[in-house]
Design a protein around this ligand. Structure first.
Ligand code: GLN
Length: 205
């Protein structure tokens, strides 16, 4: 699954325990990064950032309980650029509801799981965004809802008044799946953050 251009290109890990990590790796490659699968703590070494993909957050938590992966992720997310999509956003949030669930707790947000209905209610919506270039296509699959955000969290896109793409310094989180659309703006933003060249990218959140 290693994609990308080699030397001088940021190496971005994609947590490859469960979920749609292959699509993220492709998207990162298209957006100008080298994507590296992360299955073990040692795979986090030397990365410029990490994507935690969508999937099933409870299953991700179970798989991460092996091999010291949860502890390694816990350390990584407090110092490094991380982009969580859907289940990945749930894992990053400080508080998870419906049901309450353990999380890495680094993103100052409360997230409700499966908040927009059942699988059949998943949707593709045009979403206005603060990113330059017009609305984003947003693919929602049993999406969580970001119900509360702290003052340090910037909203980059909304769905019916709920934040769906947020940034907290070096952290980026989406309740939708940008890797499933052709538009690479969100991945490019994360690569810029990871490379330290994002809009006002601070290393500390
Ligand atoms: N419903 C899933 C969860 O609660 C997230 C869905 C997704 O990542 N597409 O973890």
């Amino acid at each position: 699954m290693v994609t990308g251009r080699g030397r001088g290109t940021p190496r971005i890990g994609v947590l490859a325990l469960q979920g749609d990590f292959e699509a993220h790796a492709r998207a990162l490659g298209e957006a100008g990064a080298e994507a590296v699968p992360v299955r073990l703590p040692a795979h986090l070494e030397g990365l410029a950032g990490l994507v935690i993909p969508g999937g099933e957050s409870s299953a991700l938590l179970k798989l991460a309980a092996r091999d010291g992966m949860y502890e390694a992720l816990s350390a990584f997310v407090w110092t490094m650029p991380v982009f969580g999509t859907c289940a990945g956003c749930i894992l990053l949030a400080r508080r998870v509801l419906r049901p309450e669930q353990r999380s890495l707790g680094v993103l100052d947000a409360t997230v409700e799981r499966n908040a927009y209905g059942r699988q059949i209610d998943s949707a593709i919506l045009e979403t206005p965004t603060a990113l330059p270039g017009g609305p984003l296509e947003a693919v929602y699959i049993r999406a969580p809802r970001i119900a509360v955000i702290g003052p340090g969290v910037e909203v980059l896109a909304e769905r019916d008044g709920d934040p769906v793409l947020v940034r907290q310094g070096r952290l980026l989180a989406a309740t939708f799946h940008p890797e499933l659309s052709a538009d690479r703006r969100v991945h490019r933003l994360f690569i810029d953050i990871a490379a330290g060249a994002g809009r006002g990218a601070e290393r500390a959140a």
